[in-house]
Design a protein around this ligand. Structure first.
Ligand SMILES: *Cc1c(COP(=O)(O)O)cnc(C)c1O
Length: 393
């Protein structure tokens, strides 16, 4: 018997009971709306990579437990990718770990590196798993709020410095940043790196959108900055980079001690995952530069279509420099509450979006912002844009 006086969900997780995505996806279904809430592509990745997965399955590669750190082929391919793109050199045997998506890499890193009571500094709005993973690790999250500044959301570097205390163990960084589309600049990253070195902090950096960077923005891995290689766990995702989000193949790269620590936590979460898909991802990582260029160009066209449509529909748009997402300000539409706006939007316009406030501790700071995903086919975005015009007609 359970005591009725005691809630079933423990105190660490009580505040994370249900996600907005469940509510909004149900609403999309019920109203026949176009779902620009959740961030997954509606087109699968390259056919040849799907075929590689089929071949692995048929040939009996990966159908049983793969090695704990990941199959050697994909660890070698991850290390080669980091070398080729960024000049970062990692030993595939001791400095690369394959995980069940970036999600598990984040969870395992926090569970391994955070002692109960440690403070973890992270930007808000947060990716939705960060707060829950910090809580599961027994850590205390310390948000640094990204604020609108000249058309994008920026970090206040003094606020970041002030957030670090003697109890801070780790900085949790995300660039390109979901949901704001901000890509941290060289100057911002330099300050973060200097701070980490000065205060002797570990850094976990979520770089799952490393290949989705637009216009003049450039993705600069934090691990390439002075003093960072040996204190940084860098996280990537085949789901995001190759448009196979259901495969759940992610990875962490870091110095041997850090990888050993993260692996210790990971082995008691999933132990291993995605056997045959690891073989396919090894091939995907070796695709020529033309794959990455056309992936980015396609996504850029989608960004531009939805940006223009949202502006025409009356939103203020923060043109994203990276990711799958556009953050908008609804105040020009005469609205102030993103929650109420998103709950009404399916009935009003047949489109689903997500209120950014759910990604904040300081909910009021996120109140007027609403996120739309543009990782959808052009005809779907066209239809969404046509529907959004109803807001002002
Ligand atoms: C999607 C996403 C992830 C999770 O990636 P998976 O590989 O699907 O687990 C992690 N971080 C951010 C910022 C994301 O947007």
């Amino acid at each position: 018997m359970t005591s009725s006086a005691r809630p079933l969900l423990n105190r660490r997780l009580a505040e994370f009971g249900t996600t907005i995505f469940a509510e909004m996806s149900a609403l999309a279904l019920r109203t026949g709306s176009i779902n620009l809430g959740q961030g997954f592509p509606d087109t699968d990745g390259p056919e040849e990579i799907r075929e590689a997965a089929v071949r692995a399955l048929r040939d009996g590669r990966g159908n049983q437990y793969p090695p704990g750190p990941g199959i050697p082929e994909v660890r070698t391919a991850i290390a080669a990718h980091q070398q080729r793109r960024y000049g970062l050199s990692y030993d595939p045997d001791t400095e690369v770990l394959v995980t069940a998506g970036a999600t598990e890499a984040i969870a395992a890193a926090l569970l391994a590196l955070v002692e109960p009571g440690d403070e973890v500094v992270a930007f808000e709005p947060y990716y939705d798993s960060y707060a829950a993973c910090i809580a599961m690790a027994g850590g205390t999250r310390v948000p640094v709020t990204l604020r609108p500044h000249e058309g994008s959301f920026r970090l206040d570097l003094d606020e970041l410095r002030a957030a670090v205390t003697d109890r801070t163990r780790l900085l949790l960084i995300n660039t390109p940043h979901n949901p704001t589309g901000t890509v941290l600049t060289r100057e911002e990253l330099t300050t973060i790196a200097e701070l980490a070195v000065e205060r002797d902090l570990l850094v976990v950096t979520d770089e799952v959108y490393e290949h989705l960077v637009f216009d003049e923005a450039e993705h600069l891995p934090l691990a390439t900055f002075p003093g960072m290689r040996d204190r940084t766990v860098s996280i990537g995702s085949a789901g995001k980079t190759f448009s196979f989000t259901g495969w759940k193949v992610g990875w962490a790269t870091a110095a041997p001690g850090l990888i050993a620590a993260v692996r210790s936590a990971k082995q008691y979460l999933t132990y291993v995952s995605s056997g045959p898909f690891q073989y396919a991802v090894a091939e995907a990582l070796a695709l020529p530069d033309s794959y990455f260029a056309s992936f980015r160009e396609d996504m850029l066209a989608q960004r531009d279509l939805l940006t223009a449509g949202l502006e025409e529909a009356g939103f203020k748009v923060f043109r994203p420099a990276g990711t799958y997402f556009i953050t908008t300000d609804i105040r020009p539409l005469g609205e102030t509450d993103g929650f109420a706006f998103c709950r009404a939007l399916p009935e009003r316009a047949g489109v689903v979006a997500i209120p950014n406030a759910v990604f904040y501790d300081h909910r009021e700071a996120g109140a007027p912002f609403v996120r739309f995903a543009f990782c959808k086919q052009l005809n779907v975005l066209d239809e969404a844009v046509a529907r959004l015009k109803r807001l002002t007609s």
